[in-house]
Design a protein around this ligand. Sequence first.
Ligand SMILES: [Zn+2]
Length: 360
Amino acid sequence: MRGTILFILVNFLLSAAAQAAGHGVVLQYHHVSERTPAATSVSPAVFERQMLFLRDNGFTVWPLSRLVEHLLQDKPVPDGTVAITFDDAYTDVRDQAAPLLQRLKFPFTLFVATDFVDKRQKGYLSWDDVRQLKKQGAELAGHTLGHPHLLRRLPGEDETAWLARVRHEIDTAEARVQQQTGDHLRLFAYPYGEADETLITKVKEWGYIGFGQQSGAVNKALLQGGMAPRFPFNVAYSDMTEFQHKVSSLPLPMPTENAEPIVWDRAARPRLELALADQVKELNCFVTGQGRAQVQKKPGGLFAVQAEKNIGVGRSRYNCTSPVAAVDARDFSLKLKPRFYWYSHQWIRRNDDGSWYPEP
Ligand SMILES: [Zn+2]
């Protein structure tokens, strides 16, 4: 009996320690340029400021594959570990980002939509460029062949045919990356950060660690969830205080989550219920385009989150943060203050007739 109690206690302490150790933050960029669309670009000056901030404030920059491996295998991860990722393989990554990253010895990960590289499409890297970047510290991963909206079925396509097509997009791109670079990491970034429960389940089944574009720090459970968070950066998200809060954020200590379906065909205020550990006393949530969400704290550490108004057509997020109490922050080596637990959940609302919204 005493043995059992000791075992439970040790397990509890171990999981508390794992909770403290096992986290990281993944940054997502597209373009580093002043001449590309604001929604997918940061300027070279802002990018440099952000990278120097990491260098000067005790952060550790790892390749994403290393962060994933350490989190999944419960190996130690230093507090303040960050992975830098770029989607789509644009030439400005080679011209604007890579020289700085190489100088700082920061590794990075490129998610490549391989058709654009194969077709030598204007603005995209060539395979020679990609291999050169690999020599400079990049690793390569898949982002489908042709960057489709994976949830959008073709006319007359049933679920089986849809999943076969999606799997072909993902597996063939992974094979292409491997042929051209030798990298076969089984990391996958969903185009547009779009997925539903079925797709997320399949991507896991097919052996990939999926990444979305919803904000938040990452841990083992979120990697295993099938659509791990990344913080997207663009012109609208260039503020340095905000950058500091994001890169120093921690995953919400969240034993369970209960969410309504991701995809809606009608007006909806989806409900999200999070069961959170004791140290989370308050939760502040915002809804895309709306401002604050209603957050109801119930007994047992349950927080119910719901938008005040219907979510808009397109992609929306409930973006939730909670300040880390000073006494809890002392457990971490990074000395930046204040720190936040950070988590977000994505919803997708189609047009009311079930058709898909145009991509802006
Ligand atoms: Zn993309």
